[in-house]
Write a protein that binds this ligand. Structure first.
Ligand code: 5GP
Ligand code: ZN
Length: 397
């Protein structure tokens, strides 16, 4: 670790509605940067560096920052945030960072960057939220699916993922089917600074990746078909998104669990069900005593695609996030999202709706570890202050 920092004036200035999103992109700026902090008024930034930079390297960094700012900030319009539910003023008994207690007491164990073992308390909360989501899916008579953790690069290519979210991709390789190469690997493979070091030529091409989302697999399974009626499906799955230095605590995991209820069909079928999903989920949040707000949002697109895609999602109200209060930060965290993709996947995957047009799709998605984290951030560890339903569900743990 080095104490080297570099302070820069930003031009254009980052408007307040973009500060979080620009800052999270800075994690991908350059390997010489450990952390970047945009100042609260958006006019400057401090970079924490791995080592001191010479003038040329500094210039390269400044040029990259300029590229990010031009792509994300110049000419960006402030989105009109639409709030559908506001329960942020709920009285809460706790206002500390639960991560401190969890790490101290073995409630979670950090295995690596963005990788945590969840102990019985957090695991039971995740199970509880999972069961609640199963009940929600059941109320729609959604049909259950199980999807692989792996995903084919071709599927991700087909849905434009390489262009939209290249920074969060994860690759899977195996050894080449060649005795010499396997023996070479066995002889030389070792770890340095937490990374595997092995001769490159022993490893295969990339024919699988780690899945970044759940519902893509359903669209793949339905590709090339014409639906007789709207499809309601449900699945829980591991999702992988590389988040670089943003991977701190349970709020951002490299590998997290997403529970989804997915709708495929005609436009009204998808929009009505997404809306019905939002309304039914309200009852769950009541039971959980959750302080939250539901507001319009956009996905964290890569810099080049950011402005256009974010504005598009915002203009058509394609995404709403359930943002739970984190009292210790005086901030909120997205714990779930209600998504409508129009006929994007229907066209890309050639799924035809009963009306003969490309199918529309949408999903209601819950981040289970984030729900557990937000619950502990709001209610802490003193069970008698917990909502009765959660207390009952975790009795004996
Ligand atoms: P989305 O598809 O809207 O990006 O993600 C759906 C939900 O998955 C989010 O609302 C959030 O709860 C969860 N999620 C997304 N990214 C992460 C992450 O990096 N870490 C964790 N723990 N959960 C995430
Ligand atoms: Zn989805």
């Amino acid at each position: 670790m080095s104490n080297q920092t570099l302070s820069l004036t930003l031009d254009p200035v980052v408007p307040d509605f973009l500060i979080d999103q620009v800052q999270s992109k800075m994690a991908y700026l350059d390997e010489s940067v450990q952390r970047a902090v945009v100042c609260p008024d958006g006019s400057c930034m401090t970079l924490y560096l791995v080592q001191e930079l010479d003038l040329a390297a500094q210039k390269t960094l400044e040029e990259k920052i300029h590229r990010v700012l031009t792509a994300m900030v110049s000419g960006a319009l402030k989105p009109r945030i639409k709030i559908l539910e506001d329960k942020l003023d709920r009285k809460l008994p706790f206002n500390k960072d639960p991560m401190d207690t969890l790490l101290e007491t073995g409630g979670v164990y950090k295995e690596g960057k963005g990788m945590y073992v969840l102990g019985p308390l957090v695991a039971s909360l995740v199970e509880y939220f999972n069961r609640e989501c199963v009940d929600l899916a059941g109320s729609f008579e959604a049909r259950p699916y199980r999807f692989p953790v792996l995903i084919s690069p071709e599927l991700l290519e087909r849905v434009d993922y390489f262009r939209s979210f290249p920074h969060s991709l994860n690759f899977v390789r195996h050894l080449r089917e060649d005795l010499d190469k396997i023996e070479t690997f066995a002889e030389h493979a070792h770890c340095e600074n937490g990374c595997l070091v092995a001769p490159e030529e022993t490893q295969s091409d990339i024919e699988a990746m780690l899945s970044p989302a759940v519902c893509f697999h359903l669209y793949q399974a339905l590709s090339g078909t014409t639906l007789d009626e709207g499809v309601k499906a449900t699945a829980v799955g591991h999702c992988f998104r590389y988040e670089s230095s943003n991977l701190t605590s349970l709020t951002r995991l490299w590998d997290f669990t997403m529970y989804e209820v997915i709708f495929v069909g005609e436009k009204d079928f998808v929009l009505d069900n997404r809306e019905e999903g939002r309304k039914r989920a309200q009852k769950m949040y009541e039971r959980w005593g959750l302080a939250y707000r539901v507001e319009s949002a956009n996905d964290p697109f890569f810099v080049g695609e950011f402005k256009k895609q974010a504005a598009f999602q915002s203009a058509f109200q394609l995404k709403y996030e359930v943002r739970a209060a984190l009292p210790f930060l005086n901030d909120t965290l997205a714990v779930a999202s209600y998504n409508y993709h129009q006929d994007f996947f229907g066209r890309k995957m050639e799924i035809t709706a009963p009306d003969g047009k490309p199918a529309h799709t949408g999903c209601v998605a819950f981040g289970l570890e984030r729900l557990a984290f937000a619950f502990l951030a709001q209610y802490g560890f003193e069970r008698k202050t917990w909502p009765a339903d959660v207390r009952r569900a975790l009795k004996g743990i």
